[in-house]
Design a protein around this ligand. Sequence first.
Ligand code: GSH
Length: 308
Amino acid sequence: MGQLINGQWVTSQGQASKDGSFKRKESSFRNWIEKDGPFPPEKDRYLLYVSLACPWASRTLMMRKLKDLEGIIDLAIVSPLMGEDGWTFEDYPGSTRDPLFGARYLREIYTQADPKYTGKVTVPVLFDKKKKTIVNNESEEILRILNTAFNDLTGNHLDFYPPELREDIDRINQEVYHHVNNGVYKAGFATKQEIYEEEVRGLFKTLDWLEDLLEGKDYLLGDRFTEADIRLFVSLVRFDPVYYGHFKCNLKQIRDYPKLWAYTKRIYALPGIKETVNMDHIKSHYYWSHPSINPTRIIPLGPLEDLD
Ligand SMILES: N[C@@H](CCC(=O)N[C@@H](CS)C(=O)NCC(=O)O)C(=O)O
């Protein structure tokens, strides 16, 4: 665990702040890809650095698939084993080397963009090969960029954040972000009993609400698959194998919720989605990379997942 301070790597222990709670930091690079802007949409110009373990990176991977961007935006995949040096490029099955600079550590991509960078070195990173800088490292925004910016190049005009549904999508995203996507981390990294309990209760209250919301619907907003589904799916698919055990979110599993479980499998079966889910990277990453909560780094065999 560590971060860059003025371009220098500094390691630290654990994830919680002094008060025992986990506080996610703001992302730093927040540019947009748009015609006539400094980062115009172009084929082979951008590269997406991801971890297949990371839910925030995985949502951008899903969007890249759904928007037919595989031939437009390259991919680099870090090793799932994140230790003292943060994310690295290693020979690990399903990972790649850094195709641009032959970097050993992801932090080199950040210092390439800003030699004096201060902050966390996170995935996903959307990188501009031409300007040799980071366009954006906030998955929420990368999702929106990929949803529209390359439409003219791909001819894919599917809109996962349609104007008429934005209000509803934003409302659901808010709940899902605070109590599910980030809620599991807040529970898992808590170092005070009462903080852990409050987060877990909030999480399961939200899962109960989502179970009800799916009554008579295929997706959160009805028949239409939207960004809200992408954002929920990445947490649901990691829930039983990781968050239930590793983050102690164990009042129930997703498979105990009939509608949420059917919904997870429905999305998993959509064309291309299965390829964005790598259970080995997911389990190895979490159980190996957080010695403050799993010091032995033993990766449990179960629970066995059958998403097909
Ligand atoms: N707000 C960021 C968060 C990304 C994030 O936290 N990624 C995690 C992996 S799941 C990471 O890279 N962590 C490295 C670290 O905290 O040092 C986003 O959504 O893009």
